[in-house]
Design a protein around this ligand. Structure first.
Ligand code: AVI
Length: 325
């Protein structure tokens, strides 16, 4: 990216961030968007969350990718002339690397298109993956999921296999997740496949513990967004005056995080007049929705997919569902 374009993109993203924060904190109830958790420190804290013993999601999905790639491969063998493997939010591609390795070992013809919002992530994948897999065809796409999905479609007319891993879909309220599935379907043609990771309902205490760790890393992860707002939007949150509070409702499957104001206080964000927080008033920070298989079949049906296979970890805590368009 050239310097002027980079500065322009940065300016636009700061202004979106500012507008979203102001809108969220002037709403009733107050809320912030969890997509803003991931600045450099947020990325670091999320790595620590994934390594916590209580945060089972990563281990469960990794187990699926370590043990079930042969089944994925045989499902994808409906495309003998090859396909495009497109991963939305590829990150470090730790899980998908197991699939890449299995497909390459079986001489499957495919091109891997990792999509990520972070240019740094894409640069890293494009340099590191060919070292690990010299025969891999990889083309990274940096940007918003759907824009990049559109772009990927201009490169080839081969069938598509989409990967949406990590229960990222759980960070959308269920209605939005349904709309997201509908949008995915619109970028595919009949016969294309999507493999999507969903975290499942289970012992409520196990779920709550994953988001309410005694070491306080999840709390720090939430509070870090207030620090980011202070730094990037010139605000004056007294971060010590907010406490992380986590809930899980076994009926709806909604696991939600909040920051609670410990006292009556005013916060100034840049030139925006004071935003008042009442004592015990909350900011809704994030939803991590848990599902059962019935919910997933409903999503599939409503968005025009049919379920081809469900791959579970050995505890049946997480599923990578494979849908056909
Ligand atoms: C990224 N996402 C799937 C995580 C989750 O489980 O909802 C984010 C997270 N928030 C707190 N812990 C992990």
């Amino acid at each position: 990216m050239n310097d002027i374009l980079e500065r322009d993109t940065k300016k636009r993203s700061v202004s979106n961030f500012y507008q979203d924060v102001i809108k969220g904190l002037n709403s009733q109830p107050k809320h912030l968007e969890s997509k803003y958790f991931y600045d450099d420190r947020g990325d670091e804290l999320f790595q620590q969350i994934m390594a916590m013993p209580e945060y089972y999601l990563t281990d469960c999905e990794l187990e699926i990718f370590k043990t079930r790639c042969t089944e994925m491969h045989s499902t994808f063998s409906v495309f003998p002339d090859g396909f495009d493997l497109i991963e939305l939010g590829a990150g470090d591609a730790m899980k998908s690397s197991h699939l890449l390795s299995c497909l390459l070992n079986n001489n499957v013809k495919f091109t891997y298109y990792p999509i990520d919002i972070s240019g740094h992530v894409i640069d890293l994948l494009e340099t590191e993956l060919p070292k690990k897999f010299p025969q891999l065809e990889v083309k990274g796409l940096q940007g918003e999921y759907f824009q990049m999905l559109q772009k990927a479609s201009t490169f080839s007319e081969r069938p598509k296999v989409l990967l949406v891993l990590g229960s990222n879909i759980g960070n959308m309220p269920p209605d939005d997740a349904g709309l997201f599935c509908e949008s995915l379907r619109k970028y595919l043609i009949p016969g294309d496949l999507a493999l999507i990771g969903f975290d499942l309902k289970k012992d409520p205490q196990t779920i709550l513990n994953a988001y309410n760790d005694p070491a306080g890393i999840t709390s720090e992860f939430n509070l870090n967004l207030l620090k980011r707002i202070n730094r990037e939007l010139h605000a004056n949150f007294d971060v010590g005056q907010f406490t992380h509070y986590q809930t899980y409702d076994p009926q709806s499957g909604a696991c939600k995080s909040f920051l609670i104001s410990s006292q009556d206080q005013d916060v100034i964000i840049a030139d925006h007049g004071p935003i008042h927080f009442r004592k015990n008033e909350y900011i809704f920070m994030e939803i991590s929705q848990k599902y059962d298989l019935g919910d997933l079949d409903k999503f599939a049906g409503q968005s025009g997919f049919k379920t081809v296979n469900n791959l579970f970890d050995s505890k049946n805590w997480f599923v990578d569902t494979i849908w056909e368009a």
